[in-house]
Ligand binder design. Structure first.
Ligand code: NAD
Ligand code: DAU
Length: 355
């Protein structure tokens, strides 16, 4: 069986659903259910044999130790994190708690567990550290895309906390020979992404007739990958990646933020012509402090060594994502009550009243 952390979040829930659909191998999901974690994301597998949910913090060393002893996983897929850059700028401490301290505690528990395994099980054990391309900082226009060799230059508190975790993972391999692998993925999109991130936020606002707040000139570039393709890459790295190595994962799909928002508006115009044109709602707002200008990924290594490649074209993936959100308005309602509204009021002053 495998242990997944953060399985109630956006990528975690896609990973758990894919895993249970594709293999009969049991899975334990450890999640603290922060504002970003929703057990409802996994309602369809709740109660199914082979799926166990544990509500808890990865920084709770005793809890993680007991889970490892009880379930004896052959692998750990570590996705739990604080993930939103803007929140890390507003309040970095939660990022230190989970992304740094939590990751280190998880590594400590896994190291002792792994060291006590019989040789054959120890040789087969893997720890997959799901990191981000943001640890590499920003590219200028014309720079070659990030590879695994790119120097670490984290620019936001979020990226710094993920970089810190990566360095601990690297040191666990170097010092103890602990069989860890790290992935650096670019921007994901797809169903069940919390509406604080660009695509679901814009979608949510557009459906409510509210302004679409584009930071600065909107010409920042991200490299988009559908979450299902990311999950397939994680499975490929888990099965075929080499311990001690890292793998950059991306969609080779660079778009400016304005292009993404306009493409989203075009899909909405098609699906809801009576409410269009949605692009009239686009509004430029003050830029994110320290905003990284461009991310792009060279995925040659993971393609070559793990036999992975993206399958979902951006246009097709964006359309199916919009369709998912339109068909799951109750999901959006359930995650956007209470503390979500407080966050939106603080991050986008006056936006609600301009609607
Ligand atoms: P998310 O914010 O949607 O979900 C994070 C999950 O982690 C939530 O379920 C939350 O409850 C859980 N969690 C947070 N703190 C925890 C703690 N202390 N203990 C246990 N659980 C905790 O995140 P996501 O977008 O699905 O990202 C998942 C992972 O992938 C993160 O490590 C992130 O850095 C990485 N990543 C994300 C992207 C992206 O575009 N979303 C791209 C590359 C890498
Ligand atoms: O690159 C991988 C990373 O992608 C992950 O590690 C992070 O967890 C994930 O949040 C994401 O980070 P970004 O900062 O790139 O994603 P976000 O959706 O917050 O923003 C995408 C771009 O859109 C970015 O240039 C900022 C811009 N933006 C975002 C919001 C929320 C806006 O213009 N307006 C907004 O309201």
């Amino acid at each position: 069986m495998i242990l997944v952390t953060g399985g109630c979040g956006f990528i975690g829930s896609a990973f758990v659903l894919d895993w249970l659909a594709a293999s009969g191998e049991p899975l334990v999901n450890l999640d603290a259910l922060t504002y970003a974690g929703h057990p409802g994301n996994l309602a369809e597998v709740e109660g199914r044999p082979g799926y166990t949910f544990v509500h808890g913090d990865i920084a709770d060393l005793a809890l993680v130790q007991s889970l490892l002893q009880q379930h004896r996983p052959r692998a750990v897929v570590h996705l739990a994190a604080e993930t939103h850059v803007d929140r890390s700028i507003a309040g970095p401490e939660a990022f230190v708690h989970t992304n740094v301290l939590g990751s280190v505690r998880l590594l400590q528990a896994c190291l002792s567990y792994w060291q006590a395994l019989p040789p054959a099980e120890a040789a087969a054990f893997r720890f997959l550290n799901v990191s981000t391309d943001e640890v590499f900082g920003a590219l200028a226009r014309g720079d070659a895309p990030f590879t695994e060799q790119h120097p670490y230059r984290p620019n936001s508190p979020y990226a710094a906390s993920k970089a810190a975790a990566d360095h601990f993972v690297r040191s666990w391999w170097h010092t103890y020979g602990f069989p860890a692998l790290t992935t650096h993925c670019s921007n994901n999109y797809g169903p069940r992404q919390f509406p604080e991130k660009l695509i679901p936020l814009m979608l949510h606002n557009a459906l409510e007739g509210k302004p679409l707040p584009v930071y600065g000139d909107g010409l920042q570039v991200r490299d988009w990958l559908h979450v299902q393709d990311h999950c397939a890459a994680l499975r490929a790295v888990l099965e075929r990646g080499q311990p001690g190595e890292s793998y950059a994962i991306g969609g080779s799909c660079e778009r400016t933020n304005l292009d993404v928002v306009r493409a989203l508006c075009a899909v909405l115009d098609e699906l809801r012509p009576q409410a269009g044109p949605h692009a009239r709602l686009i509004e430029h707002v003050p830029d994110r402090p320290g905003h990284d200008r461009r991310y792009a990924i060279d995925s040659n290594k993971v393609r070559r060594e793990a036999g992975w490649g993206p399958k979902i074209a951006f246009g097709q993936g964006l359309r199916s994502t919009v369709e998912w959100y339109l068909a799951h308005r109750e999901w959006v309602q359930s995650v956007t009550s209470g503390s979500y509204r407080d966050w939106i009021q603080r991050q986008y002053p006056g936006l609600e009243t301009r609607a």
